[in-house]
Design a protein around this ligand. Structure first.
Ligand SMILES: Nc1ncnc2c1ncn2[C@@H]1O[C@H](COP(=O)(O)OP(=O)(O)OP(=O)(O)O)[C@@H](O)[C@H]1O
Length: 366
């Protein structure tokens, strides 16, 4: 298969000895929208800059459509990069900013005008074409940066936190525009972000990074429902994570002995009896009900744990219930007021939590 972009065992060690990226493997098909997501300093920007050619790689290979680009300078790579601060030229008009890359490539004024006019129209910038970027709004500047990146017709557009400078509302609007633009153009986007919601709503696949290494590469939904590692389970969504020891494995079902009794979930990864493992239960999978008069939960029931309500609030139509497990672990539940009526779970009350085994994931502890 011919991939648009391949990173094969790519590594980066900075001159000061910092291993910023380690054994990064990724294969991207044409038209995919990929996000690099992870905490500050995990190596997202370094990886993007290595693809763009602004940073030398220390090991491995980067290929675009089958050809290694390791030794090409940035301007000869079939990539364009959009920076978080947009890096627009303040003294040039919007039109010239957009056409700058074409000027560098030596296109005639006529050829440039045709391409720039088309991009001005595509990104609704016609009215500001002759203004300077510093007179324009954040959203407009973002679109100019995008137009400038697209003008050189890259195979791959690299975006470094492109929406980071925008306020929350504008961010949502531009997110939607970006997604439509990407699908219309059909070109590959690789996008760096801190913002989980942005990665989840925009991407076809997300690369979750931690300390220079890839933790998981999955479509957004799968990161929520099937985390591969404890880091991903902590980083994505709102999961309750409990430690235990594998008691038995039947097919993909695992029974785990924990401080809260026997809990079961679906296996993700190789698991054998006696092994230390973690069960990951998404908040959405938890069902709460008031504890009956029968008293404490029987330890022989699977996926039934007692808990105490700490706080309960209603915001609009949504009830938010903060509870604590007997181990002290906090769990945040939320649900429509039809499901969890106000006052149904008063603070200090005992409740019972349950979930379907298929909706919880069991992963190796390390
Ligand atoms: N020029 C440099 N010289 C030395 N170390 C660097 C350099 N640039 C980045 N680093 C280090 O490499 C690691 C990865 O940095 P990088 O900027 O790629 O992370 P990031 O995930 O993009 O972070 P952020 O989200 O904060 O931008 C960090 O430990 C960082 O301090």
């Amino acid at each position: 298969m011919l991939y648009d972009l391949e990173l094969i065992k790519v590594g980066k060690i900075y001159d000061n000895g910092t291993p910023a990226v380690v054994d990064f493997d990724l294969a991207v098909v044409k038209g995919e929208f990929i996000a690099f997501l992870g905490p500050s300093g995990c190596g997202k920007t370094t990886t993007l800059r290595m693809i763009a050619g602004f940073e030398q790689i220390s090991s491995g290979t980067i290929r675009v459509r089958g050809s290694a680009i390791n030794d090409l300078p940035p301007e000869r790579r079939p990539t364009s990069m959009i920076f978080q601060n947009y890096a627009l030229f303040p003294h040039m008009t919007v039109r010239r900013n957009i056409g700058y890359g074409l000027e560098v490539k030596g296109l005639s004024a006529k050829q440039r005008a045709a391409k720039v006019d088309h991009l001005l129209a595509t990104l609704s910038l016609e009215d500001v074409a002759d203004k300077r970027p510093d007179k324009l709004s954040g959203g407009q500047r973002q679109r100019i940066a995008l137009a400038r990146g697209l003008a050189v017709e890259p195979e791959i557009l690299l975006l470094d936190e492109p929406l980071g400078a925008l306020d929350a509302n504008l961010r949502k609007t531009i997110q939607a525009e970006l997604k439509i633009l990407q699908k219309t153009l059909g070109i590959t986007f690789v996008f760096v972000t801190h913002a989980q919601s942005e990665a989840l709503s925009l991407s076809d696949r997300i690369v979750v990074m931690n300390q220079g290494r890839i933790e998981q590469i999955s479509p957004p939904h799968q990161l929520y429902t099937r985390p591969d590692t404890p880091f991903v389970a902590r980083f994505i969504g709102r999961n309750t994570i409990l430690d235990g020891t594998v008691k038995g494995v039947v097919g993909d079902q695992v029974l785990l002995e924990t401080a809260l009794g026997s809990l079961s979930g679906r296996a993700n990864g190789p698991l054998v009896g006696g092994q230390a493992a973690k069960i990951v239960i998404p908040a959405e999978a938890m069902e709460a009900r008031a504890a009956g008069p029968a008293g404490p939960v029987s330890r022989s029931s699977v996926n039934v744990v007692g808990a105490t309500v700490r706080r309960s609030d209603v915001v609009g139509h949504v009830s938010h219930i903060a509870v604590a497990l007997p181990t002290g672990t906090p769990v945040a539940l939320e649900g429509h007021v039809d499901k969890y009526p106000p006052d149904a779970f008063p603070a200090g009350g005992d409740i019972v939590l349950t979930w379907k085994a298929a909706e919880a994931t069991v992963i190796p502890a390390a």
